[in-house]
Design a protein around this ligand. Sequence first.
Ligand code: ZN
Ligand code: ZN
Length: 349
Amino acid sequence: MELHGATRYLLEPILSELVSPGSILSAYSLASTFCVAVFALALRHRARRGHANLPAIFRAIFGTRVTGHESFHADVKLVFLSIVVLPPFMMSLALSANTVSMAVSSVLKSAFGSFAPSTGHEASIRAMSTVALFVAYEIGYWVDHYLKHRVSFLWAFHKLHHTAEVLTPLTNYRNHPVDNVIFGYMLSIFVGGAAGVLAWIFGRDTQIVSVDGKNIIFIAFLWTIGHLQHSQFWIPFTGVWGRILMSPAHHQIHHSDDPRHFNRNLGSVLAVWDWLAGTLEIPSTKNPRLSYGVKEVGQEAHSWRGMLATPLVEGGGALWRALLSMRKSSFIGRRRPERDLTDEMGQRS
Ligand SMILES: [Zn+2]
Ligand SMILES: [Zn+2]
């Protein structure tokens, strides 16, 4: 491959992520998040010292304490892997939400007949569908995340996201490819299933209000506080808001290496699922100075081998043990007492 060809191969996907308004790494979302971070830090400075110290704020955002950390360097490697290397291979493994949607609407149609096509206003149907698919996404995200913290096979892969010791917007990409594939299937089932029900009810393809194909509600979250969930800045929502929305501090608690915080705050945008399930931890107003990471992983947390190969070995082992225990329980004809998955998955399950 010629040099300029190789450079293009490497840079094009990254540039495309940066200029696509709907991408997680879009320059727009990073720029708006930067403004929100500066504003939030300036407000805190003013409350404490009576004035905003801009140089200190910029040092807090771009300081080498984060960008010089090996955890951040590992995140950069995984961004490269997720955006440049993996997409061509992942395409063939993906389950499209459209496929699920068409299957669900045709099953409903053949089982119950056509629902009377709605004569409702196009804009109101679109708005309703936007909210419904956003809620379906949120439930799918929570269920996927809950299972990944409860099932040892799934935790083996999800653990990589928790090995981050400093949090930046790039930590969004710190996921094992197997974790990403399972997440994609889960979302296709929940969002595609909901879109199929809507298509059956309204008698037309489900349309939503979107930016670059992404739900506008999710984009609004991403462009304001979404990226700050993976940041060092303690921005808590408390009281009623803390039960409805996941603030940056909610997700930082999720990453905390304090055992009291394990398996808490599993939601994406909404905190209500955690509230209903009893897994909600509302952040305190005062910054508790949390530390992040998974202690058991040790030295291998940020190497290619530790990030990509170790989860395959641990996941394979977990699957093998689960199969063996199923075989044993069917052989003796009664179920053995359930093992506490918390013990099996180490500190965080
Ligand atoms: Zn998690
Ligand atoms: Zn996270």
